[in-house]
Design a protein around this ligand. Structure first.
Ligand SMILES: [Zn+2]
Length: 431
């Protein structure tokens, strides 16, 4: 297969700007040589052109080329209920999210939702997502099928619960185990799909359900684990009442054997020092969802405490508690919240890009994606605002790629996403 040489101004963060001062790599009029979906070489366009005269050139000048975004927390069944503003978590679940999640029992309905959802993700420039699936196994199948069609790298699973939601969303430990095992056998490692064992949260999951989840993790090395933690103060109180023997919220998962390198916990707005220490030691990542934390009034994410403790952090959109699929917006909201909170961490454009890309790959233990290193998959998003828009004006006059990147986070939307590639294949093109 002939190689393609992408000509663009590109930026990426192969290393963390939280630990490396020069983590942001930018190339103006750069080249990325891609063959069979894999980046083979990277450098100045003129040099790569001279070295590979036979490659087909794709000219992407006039915008920014970034690694595809990686969303580490997003809910499949909530795409159609984005925007229920004005309620705290537990009321929002009862009134907005759970009635819609119950509709996923109808597999035709679930298929339509899966289509809206994957289009929403990829159209926002997201190429990999850790997805909270549905409480219904057939809806999870429908999602994996839809993701395979789009090309999305999906890490997802059956959401399991056995109390305090709605009857039709409850299962039993035995059924949770059997359905999870069957889904793992059907999907884990098939194409780009990976499976994530997903108890909804300890509030709705008994020790029996958590033990069933742990059995799946033990019996299928390589599957991921995800759930919620420490999102809302009322939620934390209820979990404390439900698990009187647990040291804290994390301990409800930890005691079951669910916390390790392949675990990603969403929110963690109100952690204890013990919890942060355990997460760091286990290399369990936190998915920070700033729009959701703001919309549901959950609180300010203590990024400084996570970093000081050594807990890895990535970004999530938390659709539909969050307000949309764009990780540009999540980056901006993270920046706002850190600016406003006492002791917040000043976030540069490099930090925002890292949190939206490579940090997610590290959280999910996916070394092949998240940056533009030779050997990695060509997962990319081309931001090219329509002519005449303010972002287009900034791009045309930006004194450096870094300033253009800052503007992309400040004012970019899915409308500025011109094209998205996953594994070298076009997954989205703006109409
Ligand atoms: Zn969530």
């Amino acid at each position: 297969m002939t190689a393609t040489l992408y000509r663009a101004t590109f930026l990426h963060t192969p290393e963390s700007p939280f630990t490396h001062a020069d983590a942001l790599r930018a190339e103006t009029d750069g080249g990325l040589l891609v063959q069979d979906g894999v980046i083979r070489a990277r450098g100045a366009f003129a040099d790569l052109r001279a070295a590979h005269p036979d490659a087909t050139v794709t000219d992407l000048r006039g915008g920014l080329l970034l690694p595809g975004f990686i969303d580490t927390h997003v809910h499949l069944p909530q795409v159609r209920v984005i925007g229920g503003l004005g309620l705290p978590l537990l009321d929002w679940l009862d009134q907005c999210a759970l009635p819609e999640e119950a509709r996923m029992a109808d597999v035709a309905y679930a298929r339509g939702v899966a289509r809206d959802f994957t289009r929403g993700l990829v159209g926002a420039g997201t190429t990999t997502a850790l997805v909270f699936g549905s409480h219904f196994a057939r809806a999870v199948d429908a999602f994996f099928e839809e993701a395979a069609q789009t090309g999305l790298r999906a890490v997802a699973g059956l959401v399991v619960s056995d109390r305090l939601l709605r009857d039709e969303l409850h299962t039993t430990p035995e059924r949770a185990y059997a359905e999870g095992k069957a889904l793992i056998e059907r999907w884990h490692g098939v194409g780009r799909a990976l499976y994530a064992v997903t108890p909804r949260f300890s509030l709705s999951a008994s020790e029996g359900i958590l033990d069933a989840c742990a059995a799946l993790m033990r019996e299928h090395p390589g599957v991921r684990f995800t759930s919620h933690i420490n999102e809302n103060t009322r939620e934390i109180e209820v979990v404390r009442e439900l698990f009187p023997g647990a040291r804290d919220y994390l301990d409800t998962y930890e005691r079951a054997g669910l916390i390790g390198r392949h675990s990603v916990l969403a929110h963690n707005v109100h952690p204890s020092d013990r919890e942060l220490g355990v997460m760091a030691a286990a290399r369990c990542a936190a998915a920070h969802c700033p729009c959701s934390n703001s919309a549901l009034g959950s609180g300010f994410f203590p990024l400084r405490r996570h970093l000081d403790a050594g807990v890895h952090v990535a970004l999530g959109s938390d659709v539909g508690g969050g307000t949309g699929f764009s990780l540009l917006k999540e980056g901006l909201q993270a920046h706002f919240m850190q600016n406003l909170m006492p002791g917040g961490v000043p976030l540069s454009p490099a930090h925002l890009l890292y949190l939206a890309t490579r940090a997610g790959a590290e959280a999910l233990d996916l070394p092949d994606v998240g940056a533009f290193e030779p050997g990695q998959q060509f997962d990319a998003v081309h931001l090219a605002p329509a002519p005449g828009t303010p972002l287009d004006a900034v791009f045309r006059h930006a004194p450096s790629p870094e300033r253009a990147l800052a503007a992309a986070f400040a004012t970019g939307t899915p409308g500025d996403v011109a094209q998205v590639w996953i594994g070298g294949q076009t997954a989205f093109t703006r109409a």
